[in-house]
Write a protein that binds this ligand. Structure first.
Ligand SMILES: *Cc1c(COP(=O)(O)O)cnc(C)c1O
Length: 359
């Protein structure tokens, strides 16, 4: 059979190994997954109640328009419900946007390294991907380089802010300067999946610029600080004139009814988000101090993961840590590892192990 030719250059996504597989494979009694930036503190107890109480009427299709969730989001952001697109995780929202906008001959601009799904979906749609390396010293996106890469084929510029896997963020005044220099017909997407973990005084959000720049889209998810990665719900704040086209590209019942209910409750329980942010910050600072002590180059992170240079083969170290029960991410940049900030004891244990391997 003949598949789309564009698929030949791609591979299926390989997720971090499930804990159960690692236990079995290496004969371990405990293992911890620090590979997918999941929330080690779980999720809101109120959400659990909502899910348990929401089990009735699964025979009915979900609300494809996500009316109640969009109303809750509109209230939360003080925006209009039509300004939201809801999906089965942000991954799906990225797919919908790529599907609706990109054709063969178009191109997108992304930072490198950045979140891989932007390029993945662009290639499936036949578009070309222009990668602009982050600034090596600081890990910051090279905004000048991204502007210089714009040409007549450019449809989307993806800003991951803070950026996965570098953990770094673009300051608000830089975002605005950037938006002012992008042509009006190029969509700028600010993926703010880690926004809730940011504690820097200057918030890296493009929210204040929505009104002034109709070519701006912002993405957020319930998978990270809200701890709901398993139920799959994320959303975009979209330019109003794109709504109709995104709805055409979207599956009719794309977001699970329980996911919609869970998200509405999660949005109300901001205490849980604040708790996750606070605990994460404490542990994140310890990680930076640990890497400082070891003399390893890391990027200052505002997220729930940290990216650092081991100066050794990242694949060997990833494998060695796996055999000790620590599932982390290598293979993103030669020598570098991305580790999710875990709970206190898990962080101490993996740091001990790293010290032995690298020391
Ligand atoms: C985790 C992540 C996503 C996807 O989140 P889901 O809502 O779970 O699909 C999107 N963008 C970035 C940068 C991420 O790290």
């Amino acid at each position: 059979m003949k598949t789309k030719e564009t698929l030949n250059s791609l591979n299926p996504y390989v997720p971090g190994k499930p804990v159960a597989d690692v236990l079995k494979e290496y004969g371990l009694t405990s293992a911890v997954k620090l590979a997918s930036n999941e929330n080690p503190y779980g999720y809101s107890k109120q959400v659990k109640e909502t899910i348990v109480n929401g089990l009735d009427h699964l025979e009915i299709y979900p609300d494809g328009g996500a009316v109640q969730l969009k109303a809750a989001l509109a209230k939360f952001y003080n925006l209009a419900p039509e300004q939201f697109l809801v999906g089965s995780g942000l991954d799906e929202v990225i797919q919908i946007v790529s599907r609706a906008l990109l054709n063969t001959g178009d191109s997108i601009i992304i930072a490198s390294p950045s979140f891989p799904q932007y390029a993945h979906h662009a290639v499936i749609e036949g578009a070309t991907v222009k990668k602009v390396p982050v600034i090596a010293d600081s890990g910051l996106m090279d905004l000048e380089g991204m502007l210089a890469a714009i040409d007549d084929t450019t449809k989307i510029i993806w800003l991951c802010n803070p950026n996965n896997p570098t953990g770094t963020y673009i300051k608000q005044n830089k975002i605005e300067e950037f938006l002012a220099r992008v042509p009006e017909d190029v969509l700028v997407i600010s993926d703010e999946a880690y926004y809730d973990y940011v504690t820097a005084e200057e918030q890296p959000t493009s929210l204040p610029f929505l009104e002034k720049y109709p070519n701006l889209m912002i993405m957020r998810t319930f998978s990270k600080a809200y701890g709901l990665a398993g139920i799959r719900v994320g959303y975009a704040i979209i330019p109003k004139d794109l709504g109709r086209f995104l709805d055409i590209a979207r599956l009719p019942f794309n977001c699970h009814s329980l996911a919609q209910k869970a998200a509405i409750t999660a949005l109300k329980d901001q205490d849980f988000v604040a708790f996750s942010q606070k605990e994460n910050k404490i542990e994140r600072e310890k990680w930076e101090a640990f890497l400082e002590d070891l003399g390893l180059h890391y990027y200052h992170t505002e997220t729930n993961f940290i990216f650092f240079d081991t100066k050794q083969d990242d694949k060997t170290i990833t494998q060695e840590l796996l055999s000790k029960g620590f599932i982390i991410r290598g293979g993103l940049k030669p020598g570098w590892l991305r580790v999710t900030i875990g709970k206190k004891n898990d962080n101490l244990r993996i740091q001990d192990e790293l010290k032995q391997i690298l020391g």
